[in-house]
Ligand binder design. Structure first.
Ligand SMILES: [Zn+2]
Length: 416
C-alpha cells in the first residue's frame, strides 16, 4: 500500500479514536455531586438536567464523528476523488473553474450529509431542553445565506490561491499566504457591518441605567467604543452571550438580548469589562497574529506536497490536479491541525483567565463577574465537570469552575 494512503487512513482512524476517547472520558467525568462553587445556585434537579444535556450532546457527537469518518474513508477508498476530478475535467477546460467546481461539489456533498445532524441538533436536541427558538423557515434561510457567503468569499479566495500555485512557482505559497491574510482581515473588518447583520438585528442599547453604567465604566477605562448593541440572539436560541467585534476605532460590543433581559445591571457591566479586557490586553491582535503565522506554515507545507507524484498515486489520480492536491494535503495535515488547534485553545483559555482578572480589577471586585458566569452556566446548562482531555481538545474557554476558583482569589469587593 502507498505510504501516503496508509498515513491518511491512520490519521483518520487516529482522529476518530481521540475524539471518541475524549467524549467517553467526558461522560465518565459527569458527577452527580453539584460542584461546591454552584451549591448556592444549582438545584439538584436542574443540575441533573445539565448532565442529561451533556449526555445527549455526547451521543450526537459520537454518531456524527463516526459517520463523518466512515464517509470520508469510504470516499478515499472508493476512488471518489479521481472520479470527481474526471467529472470536473469533463465540465471545464481551465484549471480555475475545474478547481471551483471540484470544491463546490465537495462542499455541497458535505453540506447535504451534515444537514440531518444539524436538523436533529436544532429541532430535537436543543428543543427538548427548551433552547431552540429557530423556526424551519429561519433554518433554511440561514443555510442559504451561509452558502451564498461561502461562494462569494471562498470562491474568489480559492480562485486566487489556485492561480498563484499554477503560475508563480516556488514563491506561490508566499503570495497565497499574503492574499489569504488580506482577504481574511478584510472579512473580519467588514463583518460587523456587512455580514453579521445578514443573520441578526443589532439595535443600539437604549438609553437608561444599564447604558449609563456601561458608558461610565468604558469612560473610566479611557476606552473608545464605536457602538454598544443588543443582538436578537433569542431569534435562534434561549442561550445568552456577549461578544466583541471590529478593530481600531470600529470596536463594538454586542450583548445578546437574552443576557440583557435576565442579568442584573452590575453583572452585565462585569461581562462588558471582561470583553474590554480582551481588547486592552491585546488578545484580539495576538490571536489574529497567531492565525497569520499558522496560515503561513500551512501554505509552506502545502507547497511541498503539491509536487509529490506519490501523493496523487495514493488516491489513484491520473492527473496531478492542484485542487485535488489541496484536499489530499488537508487529509495529511490532520495531526498538525489537531496540534495547532490544541495550542490555539490553550492560548485562548489563558486569555480568558486574563480577561477575567482584568474585569475583577477594574470593576469593584470579582463578585459580579462570578455571579454572571454562574448565571450563564446554569442558564445554558453548561457541563460543570468536563474531563481535562476534552478541555484540552475542545475548550476555548476554561471550565467555569476553574474560572470561579481563580476569581475567588480576588476576594470580596472593596468597601465603598
Ligand atoms: Zn472572553
Amino acid at each position: 500500500m502507498n505510504i501516503y494512503l496508509l498515513l491518511v487512513l491512520v490519521f483518520l482512524a487516529g482522529a476518530w479514536l481521540l475524539e471518541t476517547a475524549s467524549t467517553l472520558l467526558n461522560l465518565r467525568a459527569l458527577s452527580p455531586a453539584v460542584p461546591e462553587e454552584f451549591a448556592d445556585v444549582a438545584e439538584a434537579q436542574h443540575y441533573a438536567r445539565s448532565q442529561e444535556y451533556a449526555r445527549a450532546n455526547a451521543k450526537l457527537d459520537m454518531v456524527t464523528e463516526t459517520a463523518g469518518t466512515v464517509a470520508l474513508a469510504a470516499a478515499v477508498l472508493a476512488g471518489a476523488f479521481p472520479f470527481l476530478d474526471r467529472v470536473v475535467r469533463g465540465m471545464f477546460d481551465h484549471y480555475i473553474p475545474q478547481g471551483l467546481a471540484f470544491f463546490g461539489i465537495l462542499a455541497l456533498a458535505s453540506g447535504v450529509l451534515t444537514v440531518p445532524a444539524s436538523v436533529y441538533r436544532t429541532f430535537v436536541l436543543e428543543a427538548r431542553f427548551g433552547f431552540n427558538r429557530t423556526t424551519p423557515a429561519l433554518f433554511i434561510r440561514d443555510r442559504i445565506k451561509g452558502v451564498l457567503l461561502g461562494v462569494s468569499i471562498g470562491g474568489p479566495l480559492l480562485a486566487g490561491v489556485l492561480w498563484f500555485f499554477a503560475t508563480l512557482g516556488e514563491w506561490a505559497w508566499l503570495v497565497a499566504w499574503a492574499f489569504t491574510v488580506v482577504v481574511s482581515l478584510g472579512v473580519q473588518y467588514v463583518a460587523p457591518v456587512l455580514i453579521l447583520p445578514l443573520f441578526n438585528t443589532f439595535t443600539p442599547l437604549p438609553e437608561g441605567t444599564l447604558r449609563g453604567a456601561i458608558e461610565r465604566y468604558v469612560r473610566e477605562q479611557g476606552f473608545s467604543l464605536s457602538g454598544l448593541f443588543v443582538m436578537d440572539g433569542s431569534k435562534r436560541s434561549g442561550k445568552g452571550n456577549a461578544f466583541f467585534t471590529g478593530f481600531g476605532k470600529k470596536k463594538r460590543i454586542a450583548l445578546f438580548d437574552t443576557l440583557v433581559e435576565t442579568m442584573p445591571e452590575e453583572e452585565v457591566v462585569a461581562v462588558v469589562a471582561h470583553e474590554v479586557g480582551h481588547c486592552r490586553l491585546r488578545h484580539v491582535h495576538r490571536m489574529v497574529a497567531a492565525g497569520v503565522v499558522r496560515t503561513g506554515v500551512t501554505f509552506l507545507l502545502l507547497s511541498f506536497v503539491l509536487q509529490s507524484r506519490p501523493l496523487f498515486d495514493a488516491f489513484g489520480m491520473q492527473h496531478m490536479s492542484l485542487h485535488a492536491g489541496i484536499v489530499f494535503f488537508s487529509l495529511l495535515y490532520t495531526p498538525l491541525a489537531l496540534l495547532t488547534g490544541v495550542w490555539a485553545n490553550a492560548l485562548s483559555r489563558r486569555y480568558e483567565f486574563e480577561a477575567d482578572a482584568f474585569a475583577a480589577r477594574t470593576t469593584r471586585g470579582a463578585e459580579a463577574l462570578a455571579s454572571a458566569l454562574k448565571r450563564l452556566s446554569v442558564g445554558n446548562l453548561s457541563n460543570l465537570t468536563p474531563h481535562r482531555f476534552h478541555v484540552l481538545l475542545h475548550y476555548s474557554h476554561p471550565p467555569v469552575v476553574e474560572r470561579l476558583q481563580r476569581l475567588r482569589a480576588f476576594g470580596p469587593p472593596a468597601a465603598g
